[in-house]
Design a protein around this ligand. Sequence first.
Ligand code: FES
Length: 118
Amino acid sequence: MAAGNSCDRKLTKMPTLIFIEPNDERREVLAEIGESAMQAATRHGVDGIIGECGGSCMCATCHCYVALDAARPLAPLDVAERETLEFTASHVRADSRLACQIRITEALDGLVLRVAER
Ligand code: FES
């Protein structure tokens, strides 16, 4: 039997992200490890996530309200994300995040993101 049998590889589960679109439609999408939540949303056509700047933290067209959840910890806001959120068209809240700045890990499986209305 050959060494390095493919059955030895660890299978990685693709995390599911739950987006609540502005019309309250619930969308569950599979995300790739290492991509951003914005990339997963735009690939699946989630309404309200545009990603105009391509994830450069410049446009705020990926503004979401992310449920605070100790089981799914996010990296804290950095200065660039905080400054870009100041220019968003929607109300900025304590749970405001830019989806392009949320890097997907297995730990984020089940993360809920409510898409901002504008
Ligand atoms: S895609 Fe532009 S700030 Fe997120």
